[in-house]
Design a protein around this ligand. Structure first.
Ligand code: AQP
Length: 356
């Protein structure tokens, strides 16, 4: 694991506090329970959650309040929430040592989000590319929540004064907004260093996994084609079928990194292979240079089944035991509130709200 915090601690009193305890900081990260959890979510975020837990104090959140910024069937949302919590556990996150919870069980997130709605500027929100992509041409008809989403995300992070957030590349802009909100709050309320200026943790060979049907488009839960993504609950046959049908081009495998970059579908599959095998992409390019895609796809299938099979099987096992997952979430929420409530109290005092 790269020491991405090196150098940051000296200028950041929040990080220094954790260093005194032999840790690198406090992490908060979340995943939306919007169904179809996929390889991108796993490689870009969830797998890293487990890898970071020996160096950081971690809070991992199923962000159900973010999920309802687009319509979610109430009859499905509970099981979708348990699915994400099961993925955290199956990926190896220790729910006793760290905190796994769902966002709506900790009302302090929404309370701080309102204050951040009043700190963030409209101009900042108007620049958010994810909103533009998700709203598309139907802007007038999307929810206000979808527009305000990044302010809630800032609250998710800062209600715990988290110092680091592991995310995929697509969340980088939202993280920058979180930093802007923290800086503006600290300045506006003359509270230097009240909120940390959170550092993103974006690392690995697959920080942006692309669709298997179109190497220029992000792999996403909401893509109507199930063949565009590998779901974490896919069995070996499904994984093999999707990799076999993954879009490629008529040439043999690329021979250099610069050649791969010009061939997005091949580049994406090479990145997935590198991430799953924990190899540098250059080493994978070298290994398969000039070979046929069929040979590479067989090797990728074997690797993907080997690495994802146990995670998917453990998720399925946990999802058959909803009582256990609910206990993990409830216990996590209680421990999360114990951290969040005093921070919100400080915020309210700083803002000038009277106490009840
Ligand atoms: N394709 C991806 N490659 C790498 N990382 C990714 N993440 C998402 N897609 C990729 C990372 O997964 C974490 C959880 O994401 P999320 O579910 O909260 O929201 P999202 O980014 O909106 O995910 P999707 O799959 O793209 O959902 P839809 O289709 O609903 O928009 C984040 O850390 C994210 O970076």
């Amino acid at each position: 694991m790269p020491d991405v915090t090196a150098g940051a601690a000296a200028s950041n009193p929040h990080i220094a506090r954790y260093q005194a305890r032999g840790l690198k900081g406090r992490i908060l990260s979340g995943v939306q329970p919007t169904g179809n959890l996929h390889l991108g979510n796993y490689l870009g975020a969830i797998r890293n959650f487990a890898r970071l837990q020996s160096d950081y104090e971690c809070l991992y959140c199923v962000v159900d309040m973010h999920a309802i910024t687009v319509w979610q069937d109430p009859a499905q949302l509970g099981s979708q929430t348990r699915e994400i919590a099961s993925a955290f556990l199956a990926a190896g996150v220790d729910g006793r040592k760290h905190i796994i919870f769902n966002q709506s069980m900790v009302p302090e997130h929404a309370q701080l989000a309102w204050i951040f709605n009043c700190v963030a500027r409209l101009g900042w929100m108007n620049r958010m590319t994810q909103f533009k992509e998700k709203a598309g041409k139907d802007r007038e008809n999307v929810s206000l929540g979808l527009y305000a989403y990044p302010a809630l995300m800032a609250a998710d992070i800062l209600i715990y004064k988290a110092t680091h957030v592991p995310v995929g590349e697509d969340q980088k802009q939202h993280l920058e907004l979180t930093r802007d909100i923290a800086i503006k709050f600290n300045n506006d309320y003359a509270a230097p260093d009240f909120f940390p200026v959170t550092e993103p943790l974006i690392f690995g060979a697959a920080t942006r996994v692309m669709s298997l049907r179109d190497g220029t488009k992000k792999m996403s839960k909401s893509d109507p084609s199930d063949f565009s993504r590998i779901n974490l609950t896919d069995d070996a046959d499904a994984i093999a079928g999707k990799i076999r049908r993954a879009k490629t081009d008529p040439h043999p495998m690329p021979e250099t990194a610069s050649e791969a970059e010009k061939r997005p579908d091949a580049d994406n599959l090479l990145g997935i292979y590198a991430a799953l095998a924990d190899m540098e992409k250059d080493a994978v390019i070298f290994e398969f240079a000039g070979k046929q895609f069929s040979e590479f796809k067989s090797a990728l299938t074997e690797l993907a089944v080997d690495k994802l099979g146990p995670v998917g099987a453990e998720m399925q096992r946990l999802m058959k035991d909803p009582g256990h997952v609910d206990t993990v979430l409830k216990d996590g929420a209680q421990r999360a509130r114990a951290i969040a409530a005093p921070i919100l109290e400080e915020v309210y005092r700083t803002v000038g709200f009277l106490k009840p």
